[in-house]
Design a protein around this ligand. Structure first.
Ligand code: KG4
Ligand code: ZN
Length: 343
């Protein structure tokens, strides 16, 4: 039998505060995956400082690349294409990855592929199991909260998005007011497991047929509750605040995802992005879809937050479609997902 040649993609991701590289086989198998996190450096500032992030990427990128080849026991000669996150993200951070990928691809005469960061988050799920279309993706990260409908590989239709804060952003801002360390999402998640939803924070459903989200009202309600208590000298239970805030976020995310899945009669529902690591959200979605005909999947925790394996998985689709970036590929901090998918 004529065995088809395997395809190895080297992927690079530097859009925010993780310097990451991975080698992916046939778009589905992680051969090696290295992530150098900068979280410790940004903690003392309570958030990501763009200039600090860029400098760390410059320091880390060659080390991360050496490690990823070592871990894979492969050389660059065995790589078929080089993929990189082109946007959205912090421009200075993105530029480090894009310049590195271009230099490597040019020097080694390899095809170059630009990848949308959110397409990457979605494709993290394909490293676990094959997609079934139509597919609905709930993308929840520090910068995004979107419901995305996919009818085929590499094609993304945004059917709902946040009108103000992203879910992760709301987590991080509430956490900061609660004086929890950065990033606040995992801290609130941990506290929420021990608390009860007794504070009855608002849920923004918006218009009946809308799949859009809004988290700024909830964020303000939590922050006001905290400030009022402080002024009155009352101590609120942190676990209950976390549990009540999380219940409000999770209720809206789960209900809107469920409604969208029904309206569009999808075969599969996936969740992606940093907030997909949230235990409350994973559990509530799994319960909601347990007795439904559509399959529900969630990536392993390590592939929820930023990594390059997901970028390699998304790049395989572009590679198969023959999409190649030119040597003029540039960092694009505001790259639009639908425009990217119509290329
Ligand atoms: O996808 P990601 O690593 O970076 C972006 O592309 O934004 O997401 C980071 C976001 C942060 O806001 C972080 O607080 C949130 O994901 N996050 C969580 C959890 N783990 C990370 N939010 C809630 N619960 C978690 N367990
Ligand atoms: Zn991300």
């Amino acid at each position: 039998m004529n065995k088809e040649k395997e395809t190895y993609i080297l992927a690079i991701e530097t859009s925010c505060d993780e310097t990451a590289a991975a080698i992916i086989k046939d778009g589905k198998q992680v051969v090696s995956n290295v992530v150098a996190s900068q979280i410790e450096s940004h903690k003392r500032f309570g958030g990501v400082v763009p200039e600090v992030a860029s400098r760390h990427h410059v320091e880390q990128i060659t080390i991360v690349l050496e490690d990823v080849f070592k871990e894979a026991s492969l050389s660059i000669d065995e790589i078929d294409a080089i993929a990189v996150t082109e946007g959205p993200g912090l421009v200075g951070a993105l530029l480090v990855g894009v310049s590195t990928a271009k230099a490597l691809a040019f020097a080694n005469q390899k095809p170059l592929i630009g990848v949308h960061h959110i397409a990457g988050h979605i494709y993290a799920n394909r490293l676990q199991e094959e997609f079934d279309f139509p597919l609905l993706a709930l993308v929840v990260s520090g910068g995004h909260t979107e419901l995305i409908l996919m009818r085929e590989h590499g094609h993304f239709e945004v059917i709902g998005e946040t009108r103000d804060d992203a879910a992760g952003e709301a987590y991080d801002k509430v956490a900061r007011t609660m004086k929890l360390p950065y990033p606040g999402g995992p801290e609130i998640d941990r506290l929420a497991q021990k608390g009860n939803d007794i504070l009855d924070f608002p849920r923004a459903w918006l218009e009946e047929d809308s799949f859009d989200f809004s988290f700024s009202g909830l964020k303000s309600a939590v922050i006001n509750t905290l400030h009022n208590a402080q002024q009155k000298g009352v101590t609120l239970n942190k676990e209950d605040i976390a549990a009540s805030f999380q219940a409000s976020v999770v209720d809206v995310l789960v209900e809107k995802t469920y409604r969208a899945a029904k309206v569009h009669q999808v075969k599969q529902v996936i969740v992606a992005g940093g907030v997909a690591a949230n235990r409350g959200l994973r559990e509530a979605l799994a319960n909601k879809f347990a007795d439904q005909p559509m399959r529900f999947s969630v990536p392993p925790l390590s592939l929820c937050t930023d990594n390059a394996a997901m970028i390699g998985a998304a790049a395989m689709i572009a590679y198969q479609k023959g999409q190649r970036a030119g040597w003029d590929l540039n960092a694009n901090p505001g790259l639009d997902l639908e425009m990217y998918s119509d290329r």
